[in-house]
Design a protein around this ligand. Sequence first.
Ligand SMILES: NC(=O)c1ccc[n+]([C@@H]2O[C@H](COP(=O)([O-])OP(=O)(O)OC[C@H]3O[C@@H](n4cnc5c(N)ncnc54)[C@H](OP(=O)(O)O)[C@@H]3O)[C@@H](O)[C@H]2O)c1
Length: 120
Amino acid sequence: MRSHVRPVKGLAHIHAMSSLSVYRVLVTKTVLVTGGGRGLGRVTAEKLAVAGHRVILVARVAAAAEAAVEEIQHSHPHVRLEARSVDLSSLTQVRAFATTEAERGEPIDLLLNHSSAQRA
Ligand SMILES: NC(=O)c1ccc[n+]([C@@H]2O[C@H](COP(=O)([O-])OP(=O)(O)OC[C@H]3O[C@@H](n4cnc5c(N)ncnc54)[C@H](OP(=O)(O)O)[C@@H]3O)[C@@H](O)[C@H]2O)c1
């Protein structure tokens, strides 16, 4: 069976330990999850954060993103989770959001779209 975990240079000895859970935490990513306020996005954001990844949780409304982050951090105090908001049905907002994220200078490794947004 093929591994879904991408090997990283210099970590071969850890891979050899075949401790998948340790390896997953070490190969951390920054993941941006849309639809993070509820539903699949909310669950996905929590699972990834608990697995050790830095997660940017995006919801349409700022209060929803912040509430979701607070709830997850209440259960898992050490997760790296940041709240953002954008209405994904607005291309103007999406462009502004993308520009702001790019200007932060913290690359996003993975984008998981879990919003049910439709273009207006
Ligand atoms: N649940 C399933 O079994 C299933 C199966 C296959 C595929 N899917 C697909 O997976 C996606 C998520 O499913 P779900 O069940 O988690 O849906 P959901 O509970 O309805 O959640 C949808 C999420 O999308 C967000 N959203 C909607 N319009 C938005 C907009 N304009 N801008 C930003 N965010 C917006 C919602 O935010 P608000 O809270 O602000 O509305 C909510 O967080 C959907 O596209 C669905 O079609 C779901």
